[in-house]
Design a protein around this ligand. Structure first.
Ligand SMILES: Cc1cc2nc3c(=O)[nH]c(=O)nc-3n(C[C@H](O)[C@H](O)[C@H](O)COP(=O)(O)OP(=O)(O)OC[C@H]3O[C@@H](n4cnc5c(N)ncnc54)[C@H](O)[C@@H]3O)c2cc1C
Length: 362
């Protein structure tokens, strides 16, 4: 292959690719008459007629040109079609090991909750790593483990948005994107205080995506969601994915979202905009514990309220997702043990007749 590429490049025309240079230099192409023998040259006999064996003059130079031309073409091909000649792209998602991602911006959402935007890069061409990332994300809701490198502890957080441009940034030689985390600061919390102390430009180690809830379009008729505080994160990821997926046009979504006060409602503007755009598919009911508000006040959804919210729940076609602070989970569906186990279904949902298979706790 190299020789034919070399021949093509050094002769410069497509036609001459059929006749490599070395062929033409060794054999005469002069037209011959019927009684005239074609003049040929013994490729290994000196043309001076001295009888001395050897390569014709210039043969090695032509070979060298061919090799250099072929190598150049090959390098140019690698440069255009692969990332093999590029420096290794950093700040990529990796499900198998922690990778530092740079904090691009931070935006306070409420008194104790901030949105953190991290830069995520992708090489120009997807490698196995990107294919693995896409594969995990395509299987359902996902999260990232975030590590405090100073004390080597980690906690899990659910990105509320993630996107990477299809367009290559030529200056950086890669595709750029971002991933947003919404994190509540707990006064004595280890990881949440560490994250809230970071500054734009800092690098934070993350590992993921990690599949948290398997979901495929059309798997349920209606998805019911009970969220408290930053428990909105997985629900927001789900809502935006379902409503933007052209393959998921029939799933309906019902969200009951509780917050301490009206000013603590996270992403209210975005949620209301989505409900306005999809009135037949997204229903949202807010609850607040206290403060001046037109929103129904209820420190924790009680049996009567949940009975009204889940009135149309159909066990064979629907699912109930619950995410929020531990006391909320304990009251509504029973605590979720650390790890993959869901624990037994308890609390108000059990009293209402829900079973383990109807409910998923984050
Ligand atoms: C799948 C999944 C997704 C999640 N997604 C999100 C998300 O998107 N956003 C988000 O904000 N959270 C999310 N969480 C919760 C998150 O992982 C952490 O649990 C949370 O941020 C608290 O971590 P921390 O290290 O700050 O607190 P921890 O140090 O773990 O402390 C937990 C609680 O104990 C209290 N506490 C700590 N030390 C003491 C002490 N000595 N005495 C008394 N009380 C104490 C803290 O104030 C806090 O209330 C998610 C959890 C899971 C499992």
């Amino acid at each position: 292959m190299l020789r034919s590429i070399a021949g093509w490049i050094t002769t410069g025309t497509r036609k001459s690719r059929c006749l490599p240079i070395h062929s033409r230099t060794r054999y005469s192409t002069r037209p011959t008459s019927a009684n005239e023998q074609p003049v040929t040259q013994d490729p290994v006999t000196d043309s001076t007629g001295s009888g001395k064996k050897g390569r014709p003059p210039g043969t090695y130079a032509i070979w060298a040109m061919e090799v250099i031309g072929g190598a150049s073409a090959f390098i140019y091909y690698l440069h255009l079609q692969t990332d093999l000649l590029k420096p290794k792209v950093k700040e990529r998602l990796d499900p198998n090991k922690y990778t530092p991602l740079m904090l691009l911006e931070r935006e306070p959402l409420t008194a104790d909750t901030t949105r953190f935007r991290f830069r995520v890069n992708r090489p120009r061409h997807d490698s196995q790593q990107e294919e693995l990332v896409d594969d995990i994300i395509s299987q359902g809701l996902w999260a990232l483990d975030v590590k405090d490198h100073l004390v080597q502890t980690y906690r899990t957080y659910t990105p509320v948005s993630y996107s990477v441009s299809e367009v290559v940034n030529d200056a950086r030689g890669l595709r750029e994107g971002h991933c947003d985390l919404v994190v509540k600061r707990y006064p004595r919390g280890s990881l949440s205080r560490f994250l809230h102390a970071t500054r734009v430009g800092d690098h934070i180690e993350m590992r993921g995506p990690i599949l948290t809830w398997p979901y495929s379009p059309g798997a349920y008729r209606r998805i019911f969601m009970l969220a408290g505080g930053t428990g909105i994160a997985p629900m927001f990821q789900l809502i935006t994915r379902v409503l933007s997926n052209p393959d998921d046009t029939s799933t309906k979504l019902s969200l009951l979202y509780g917050s301490p006060s009206e000013s603590d409602i996270i992403y209210r503007k975005e949620l209301d905009a989505l409900a306005d755009q999809h009135p037949d598919r997204l229903y949202i009911q807010y609850l607040v514990d206290q403060g001046p508000s037109n929103i129904a006040k209820c420190a924790r959804p009680d049996k009567e309220m949940l009975a009204a919210f889940t009135g149309s729940f159909d066990s064979s076609n629907d699912i109930m997702l619950v995410c929020g602070p531990d006391p909320m989970l304990a009251a509504i569906c029973g605590p979720k043990p650390i790890g993959p186990s869901q624990g037994p279904l308890q609390g108000v949902l059990r009293e209402l007749g829900f079973t383990n298979k109807d409910v998923f706790k984050f």
